[in-house]
Write a protein that binds this ligand. Structure first.
Ligand SMILES: [Zn+2]
Length: 327
């Protein structure tokens, strides 16, 4: 297994310091030296994936996100002299909790990621069979395990590409010494990626679900759960009651936490709930909600796929209501 520092320390940088930003005249040599024969390549808006025909013919093992370094030799030469973000990503979620100095010695799949400006990514000569795919399109071409990796990949990449200066003093950030973070030398403070908590709730009453269509979903004809950001000072429970009331006008009797999922556009953590209706008529919030209705669980409109937390919450609510109906 390659040593962590081997991969992340660019030549000429302070020895032993992990690196986010750097010029990569050495990209290919770096990857080869570190013993990695696969990597991932991403920008703020696109990711490089095998095209559909290649993906569907891939035999079993191997994620579509992993690109073979050997085939990308020419493309990687196109990044010479360009500043890119580079970091390691863990393929095993359990490992993400380990401190980095331990992770380096664990036998696990960790893959290098190159996060590149979109203009530079478009300029690369990709090998045949690979394409630039918009991130939101890619999301729905992946399986569940790849989806989890993709969430981390996109969120870290966005952060690496967008975070260059200290918000407090405007100084250029450096790479932190011992963790995946940046550091402002003047303010003497580390800078970490942001995570924004959000709630998402499937509202139910006997035999029916309250589903809403926001402006973004209208073009795709989908109805989904109510969702919204947690405001500063709120508990997520308060947010559930507030957002459901604001967006649909109804009050809730009780709420129950189910599961969470990262949503990387740009950095949400979705906390999923089932919420029991109490009272009130539906009044869709103007400008926010295109339409909201009670739907019979036997006659639902088009809903998001189970790949997304909203799709899973809706199906769970339907299963529970069916079960109640049988009693
Ligand atoms: Zn500063």
């Amino acid at each position: 297994m390659p040593k962590f520092d081997t991969l992340l320390t660019p030549p000429g940088a302070v020895a032993g310091r992990p690196g986010f930003h750097g010029r990569l005249p050495y990209t290919q040599a770096l990857l080869a030296k570190a013993g990695h024969d696969q990597f991932m390549l991403i920008s703020n808006s696109h990711i490089v994936l095998p095209d559909r025909s290649v993906m569907s013919s891939q035999p079993g093992g191997g994620s579509a996100l992993e690109l073979p370094v050997r085939e990308f030799a020419a493309a990687l030469r196109g990044l010479e002299g360009v500043e890119v973000g580079h970091f390691l990503i863990y393929l095993d979620a359990a490992l993400a909790a380990l401190p980095l100095h331990q992770a380096a010695s664990v036998e696990a799949d960790i893959l290098p990621v190159l996060a590149v400006d979109q203009v530079q990514l478009e300029a690369l000569a990709l090998p045949p069979g690979y394409a630039l795919i918009p991130l939101r399109t890619a999301l729905f071409q992946l399986d569940r395990a790849e989806h989890r990796l993709f969430n981390r990949l996109v969120q870290w990449s966005h952060w690496v590409l967008q975070t260059r200066y200290c918000e407090q003093c405007g100084g250029r950030l450096e790479n932190a010494e011992k963790e995946l973070a940046l550091f402002c030398r003047s303010c003497v403070r580390p800078v970490y990626p942001r995570v924004a908590p959000c709630m998402i709730a499937a509202v139910y009453r006997p035999g029916e679900l309250l589903l809403a269509q926001n402006v973004a979903l209208k073009s795709r004809g989908l109805y989904s759960c109510v969702a919204g950001f947690v405001d500063p000072g709120e508990s997520v429970e308060m947010t559930v009651h507030r957002e459901v009331r604001e967006e649909t006008g109804v009050l809730l009797k009780s709420i129950r936490y189910i599961e969470s999922e990262a949503w990387p556009f740009p950095h949400q953590l979705m906390l999923g709930f089932l919420a029991e209706y109490d009272s009130g008529e539906i009044v869709p919030e103007p400008g926010e909600i295109e339409d909201a209705q009670w739907f019979s669980i036997d006659d639902l409109p088009p809903i998001p796929p189970t790949l997304t937390i909203s799709g899973r919450l809706i199906r769970l609510a339907v299963d529970e209501l069916r079960e109640q109906g049988r009693r």
